[in-house]
Ligand binder design. Structure first.
Ligand code: NAD
Length: 355
């Protein structure tokens, strides 16, 4: 088992391992960088095949959160936690309480949130043991803890990002008549489809869940197509809102869209695919920039910011993207390269200023 010599290790500040005998908890918390503030990032539960696989994941994910927070303009660092276990079989209230105590021992250096394999209820169990859980509030009528769903904020951010990309690339104000292909109609994709429909966009959709497709056809006048057809459509925007690694050699070869802008994390299979998009003249909105609405929402909620301020900050994703697009053209570098450079300039040598 390697940590410091793992290829995913990149100047991470802290990696903590926890074991709890009573619940069987085996978990890792990684803080990648806290120059901009205490680390925030979700907790993922996954049946990792090996400890090395779990270490690699937590190193990679925590680093991603540093970049996301830096570009979202919030005073947060990047962190993440993983629980080694099968979410279908290994969950118990004891396990999540033990995880909550593990988070609590970080004394605020790391705040957790929801990620793959973790339900709102699991998060609420953790929150019974620590205050370092993001988006948690007490129900007004009881002492029960409830967690906030960041998906509506993520969808709003992606919508604003699409508007910015369309304005920049197609010189088109607003989205009336703009053609968008959405892959994935889950918590984010479905709400994004609603925003786009109300703005007058024409939608094509694809989801492995046929009910979600039918709902989008009925509610948003969308046209459902197969996954392969969706990629080939000669639309203005391809919006990946399902799984990662969708931008790869195979998809780039057939992609018919002029812009890639969606919510999915880690859309590029490899960083070179961002360069391929650039060389093909397809404008790519870097995923961790356009999908930061959720983290902005949690950040604002935890600090009691007003709804208006929260929305303004989410809408600012459009300005951040516009700056990236302009710099990409000026420097003749791919947009994800520019985003990485800008994020690194913000977090490598800066120290937090409260805002
Ligand atoms: P979700 O699980 O609610 O929805 C995913 C949808 O994609 C489901 O409807 C699923 O059926 C569909 N899907 C799965 N595989 C597919 C495939 N091969 N082709 C087409 N559709 C497929 O997830 P979500 O919360 O909507 O998140 C979507 C993406 O955005 C994920 O990559 C997630 O990591 C990312 N993201 C989400 C948030 C958030 O606030 N929820 C924030 C940042 C990033």
């Amino acid at each position: 088992m390697t940590v410091f010599s793992s290829p995913e290790f990149d100047q991470h500040e802290q990696i903590d391992f926890a074991y709890d005998q009573d619940s069987g908890l085996r978990a890792i918390i990684a803080v990648h960088n806290s120059h901009l503030g205490p680390a925030l990032g979700g907790c993922r539960m996954y049946p990792y095949q090996s400890e090395q696989e779990a270490i690699r994941d937590v190193l990679r994910l925590s680093k991603g959160m540093t970049y996301k927070a830096a570009m979202a303009g919030v005073s947060l660092g990047g962190g993440k936690s993983v629980i080694i276990g099968d979410p279908r079989n290994d969950k118990s209230s004891q396990l999540f309480k033990a995880m909550g105590r593990f988070v609590d021992r970080q004394s605020g250096r790391y705040t957790t949130a929801q990620d793959m394999g973790i339900s709102a209820q699991d998060l609420e169990q953790m929150a019974s043991q620590t205050r370092y859980v993001s988006g948690i509030s007490n129900r007004e009528d009881s002492t029960q803890l409830t967690s906030r769903n960041p998906s509506p904020a993520t969808a709003l951010g992606v919508f604003c990002g699409i508007e910015a990309a369309v304005k920049y690339e197609l010189k088109h104000e607003g989205l009336k008549g703009v053609k968008v292909a959405i892959q994935g109609l889950g918590s984010v994709g479905n709400q994004l489809a609603g925003h786009l429909h109300r703005a007058g966009a024409k939608l094509w959709v694809s989801d492995i869940n046929k009910e979600a497709e039918q709902q989008a056809e009925t509610e948003f006048g969308a046209t459902a197509v197969t996954a392969e057809e969706l990629l080939r459509l000669e639309v203005d925007v391809f919006s990946p809102c399902a799984m990662g690694a969708v931008i790869n050699d195979e998809s780039i070869a057939v992609l018919g869209a002029k812009i890639v802008a969606g919510a999915a994390n880690n859309q590029l299979l490899e960083t070179r695919h961002g360069v391929d998009l650039f060389n093909r003249g397809i404008l790519y909105a870097p995923d961790y920039v356009i999908n930061a609405g959720g983290i902005i929402d949690l950040y604002c909620f935890d600090r009691g910011k007003s709804v208006d301020e929260t929305e303004d900050r989410i809408k600012n994703i459009a300005t951040t993207l516009q700056d990236i697009f302009v710099a990409s053209k000026r420097k003749q570098l791919a947009t994800h390269t520019i985003a990485n450079e800008q994020a690194e300039a913000r977090f490598r040598f800066s120290y937090a200023k409260a805002s």
